[in-house]
Ligand binder design. Structure first.
Ligand code: NAP
Length: 236
């Protein structure tokens, strides 16, 4: 991936940070993007050749500013996301809006920022981090699941729209991965989930990062519009 620049959203921690490390190891120049600048700075110090930009995906102006600071991007990993869980009946519109704005609209606006240069150079890789629940559904997460299912629709439409320009667009649907996002689940819930995973372990951030690195590589040049499950067999 030498001579490629990869921007990873939500690279301040968790899966995004691991993706940034994996892409840097593969030779890319990496741009780490998220809201927490202290964490970004610390993360960037550990990743040789990387830089960071402040990015709030809920804010279109912040997206524009971040990408103009980042410069030309060859590989975009739309990884950042939030959850604001509640039963649908009790879900506040502001919690619906916040999750759709960050997870889906933010990803779309980020794609719009990188497309002109990718189209011009006739090479690009876009990897959208969706979720297992986009396909299975999940009670209590209507907003999050809708945003993640939306990302799959976006992936497939865009793959058809820009395939002729040698730009691939793929999605990854992680299952249960050990990160801050899943840390708050009760032990009871975790052991119930573990029982449903054929590989009998939770995923590691490295499991997802390896899939991202592959889809971003030249070796994956004939794969587009694909939804790659990284879930230990939890949903087939
Ligand atoms: P995480 O530990 O909660 O990290 C989320 C990342 O997103 C952080 O770096 C956060 O950085 C960033 N972020 C949140 N809101 C943002 C905003 N408005 N603008 C910019 N960045 C923002 O989550 P994770 O578990 O690593 O998840 C990464 C991706 O995998 C997400 O898309 C998630 O939905 C998906 N996923 C995770 C699992 C799992 O089991 N963990 C399963 C399926 C899918 P700042 O707070 O610094 O902004």
């Amino acid at each position: 991936m030498t001579n490629r620049t990869a921007l990873v959203t939500g690279a301040s921690r968790g899966i995004g940070l691991e993706c940034a490390k994996a892409l840097a190891q593969a030779g890319a120049k990496v741009v780490l993007a998220a809201r927490d600048t202290a964490r970004l700075e610390a993360a960037s110090r550990e990743i040789p050749g990387s830089v960071w930009v402040e990015l709030d995906l809920a804010n279109p102006e912040s997206i524009q500013a971040a990408f103009s600071r980042a410069g030309k991007i060859d590989v975009l990993v739309n990884n950042a996301a939030i959850t604001k869980d509640n039963l649908a009946l009790r879900m506040k519109k502001q919690d619906w809006d916040a999750v759709i704005a960050t997870n889906l609209t933010g990803a779309f606006l980020a794609i719009q920022q990188v497309l002109p240069a990718m189209l011009k150079q006739r090479w690009g890789r876009i990897v959208n981090i969706s979720s297992l629940v986009a396909e299975s559904g999940n009670p209590g997460q209507a907003n999050y699941v809708a945003s993640k299912a939306g990302l799959i629709g976006l992936t497939k439409s865009l793959a058809q729209e820009i395939g002729s320009r040698n730009i691939t667009v793929n999605a990854i649907t992680p299952g249960f991965i050990d990160t801050d996002m899943t840390a708050s689940l009760s032990e009871e819930r975790k052991s119930a989930m573990l029982a449903q995973i054929p590989l009998r372990r939770f995923g590691k951030t490295q499991d997802v990062a390896a899939a991202v690195r592959f889809l971003a590589s030249d070796e994956a040049s004939y794969i587009t519009g694909h939804v790659l499950a990284v879930n230990g067999g939890m949903y087939m």
